[in-house]
Design a protein around this ligand. Structure first.
Ligand code: HEC
Length: 284
């Protein structure tokens, strides 16, 4: 028994040492291979779903819900946000500049390129973060991240990109790969009192029912953001959704735009390359 325990302890120590050793260097090729395996898994599990339709979250995999959606879409509940976002986008800041001055192509039709890895600052920049940095660079206060005007602005910007496929790049920079790997790890790590990973619900159980919801497949899961949800009664950004899902997992949500959430968004968006932007979206 003693001997056995000693051996077990040794294995444990060896395991810990192995864990502490630097992980094998990830490469651009391994990220591309991850993407292919990720997409193939959803294609083979949902052979009847056209690839581009993964932009529609739960509706892509559930016919009755899709029917309900088509009815809701006669009067899309995000329309007010779109109008508000369009007006705000055009409104000059106090210094006379506008949002358009901060973005490539004046901010029109660029949602599919976010988030991107910024080689200058060495971090992932989401559209929401870029909006607030634009405001601050022009002497305006940052917006709150989860709902309200941030959701309206991103709704408008997403709408100008509808149909454009996600085109997330991982530049040949070890920091960009590290950000990608951190996002991937976050997605697959079990946490919280329920010991679920994001992947448990959105890969393993994708398409299954959880209470009143159909679990959205992780492929294309951010394409429709921001979304209007009836149970929220308002619009919500990606931060709002990440925070809600952290709470579903009974784990403590991170602050909006925490680097870990940005890396997660980077990973999920890169996995979804090729799926068209469909936002803003609406969920029953
Ligand atoms: C216990 C199951 C569960 C876990 C774990 C979970 N979610 Fe969710 N998630 C849901 C439910 C339920 C919804 C609402 C129904 C839907 O759209 O999937 C949802 C919705 C989403 C959506 C919006 C999908 C859409 O089309 O509206 C995103 C994005 C998302 N989750 C991301 C995550 C991320 C990232 C994690 C890990 C931090 C995570 N989820 C963990 C249950 C879960």
């Amino acid at each position: 028994m003693r001997k056995f325990r000693g051996a077990a302890a040794l294995i444990l120590v060896a395991g810990l040492l192995a864990g502490a050793a630097p992980a094998p260097a990830a490469s651009l090729a391994s990220a591309a291979a991850d993407q292919k395996a990720f997409q193939d898994n959803f294609r083979s599990r949902f052979p009847a779903v056209p690839f581009a339709d993964f932009a529609n979250g739960p509706y892509s995999v559930n016919a009755p819900m899709r029917k309900q959606w088509e009815e809701i879409m006669q009067f899309p509940p995000y329309d007010f946000a779109l109008d508000e976002g369009k007006t705000e986008f055009a409104k000059p800041f106090a210094n006379g500049k506008t949002y358009a001055d901060c973005f490539p192509n004046g901010g029109i039709g660029i949602r599919q390129d976010f988030p991107y890895f910024d080689g200058k600052t060495g971090e992932v920049v989401t559209l929401d973060l870029a909006i607030n940095r634009c405001r601050q660079a022009n002497g305006e206060k940052p917006l709150k991240y989860q709902t309200g005007m941030m959701a309206s602005l991103t709704a408008y910007m997403a709408e100008t990109s509808r149909g454009k496929p996600f085109d997330i790049k991982i530049p040949d920079d070890p920091r960009a790969l590290a950000a990608y790997e951190a996002g991937k790890k976050y997605f697959y790590t079990r946490r919280g009192q329920l010991n679920f990973a994001c992947a448990s619900c959105h890969v393993g159980a994708a398409g299954q029912r959880m209470r009143g919801d159909i679990l959205a497949p992780a492929l294309g899961i951010l394409a429709a953001f921001p979304i209007y949800r009836s149970d929220w009664g308002s619009m919500g950004t990606i931060d709002r959704r990440f925070t809600s899902c952290s709470a579903q997992m009974r784990s403590t949500p991170l602050p909006p735009q925490d680097p870990a959430y940005r890396n997660l968004e980077y990973f999920l968006s890169y996995m979804s390359n090729g799926v068209p932007i469909s936002g803003p979206g609406t969920r029953p």
